[in-house]
Ligand binder design. Structure first.
Ligand SMILES: N[C@@H](CCC(=O)N[C@@H](CS)C(=O)NCC(=O)O)C(=O)O
Length: 204
């Protein structure tokens, strides 16, 4: 069945989905939209909730990045079989998104320069440490992975770190050795590594 991932031509919350698809060797059409000039009213109005990413498989479509990532992860064998383990992985993924949507995105969206600087300072001085010291501890205690083996949670972590670093002009993982190791691990996985070697460096 034909697979298509629709997202902007940036890393954002779409790149980890691309990584998961490439890791699993899944053939898909990587449909990209330019941010400059967005909203393209015709495209936006056709989206179920006006936002990207959107995933299509045959004549079915799915929105919400985590629902998409989890689904394609199951096809890339990155979803544990055990239901408890699935829930634990979900809990880490949702926590990674808490960092993204409650800390990074308000900073990205802020248009007042002084307020934006304050938000950035809070992220660099407090939020990164709050979230990433905890991620680092969990990874350390579980053999370098959230639950002791590679799952889609590591992909989501790396996607958010990369996108966050681009927005913040920072290296979120620098003080967290186990997080840093996960970044290196995921980026050098088969499928992911080859994709990265070919992709362009995004400005965002
Ligand atoms: N909760 C949604 C959020 C989707 C979202 O925020 N999409 C952004 C790009 S990262 C978007 O489509 N922005 C353009 C718009 O809202 O018009 C998800 O995880 O998929």
């Amino acid at each position: 069945m034909a697979k298509k991932l629709h997202y902007f031509d940036v890393n954002g919350i779409g790149e980890s989905i691309r990584y998961i698809l490439h890791y699993g060797g899944q053939k898909f059409e990587d449909v990209r939209y330019q941010i400059s000039g967005w909203p393209d009213k015709k495209v936006k109005d056709a989206l179920p909730f006006g936002q990207l990413p959107l995933y299509e498989e045959g004549d079915r479509s799915l929105h919400q990045s985590l629902a998409i990532a989890r689904y394609v992860a199951s096809q890339s064998k990155l979803l544990p079989n055990d239901l408890w383990e699935q829930a634990v992985v979900d809990s880490y993924v949702m926590t990674i998104y808490d960092f993204w949507f409650t800390k990074v995105i308000p900073f990205v969206k802020e248009t007042d320069a002084a307020k934006k600087a304050t938000l950035k300072k809070e992220i660099l001085d407090e939020s990164i440490h709050f979230f990433f010291s905890r991620f680092d501890k969990v990874l350390k205690e579980h053999n370098g992975f959230f639950i002791g083996k590679l799952t889609w949670a590591e992909f989501i972590l790396v996607g958010i770190i990369e996108a966050g670093n681009l927005f913040l002009d920072y290296e979120i993982e620098k003080n967290y050795p186990h997080v840093k190791a996960v970044v290196q691990k995921v980026l050098s996985l088969p499928g992911v590594k080859e994709y990265i070697a070919k992709r362009k460096v995004y400005a965002l």
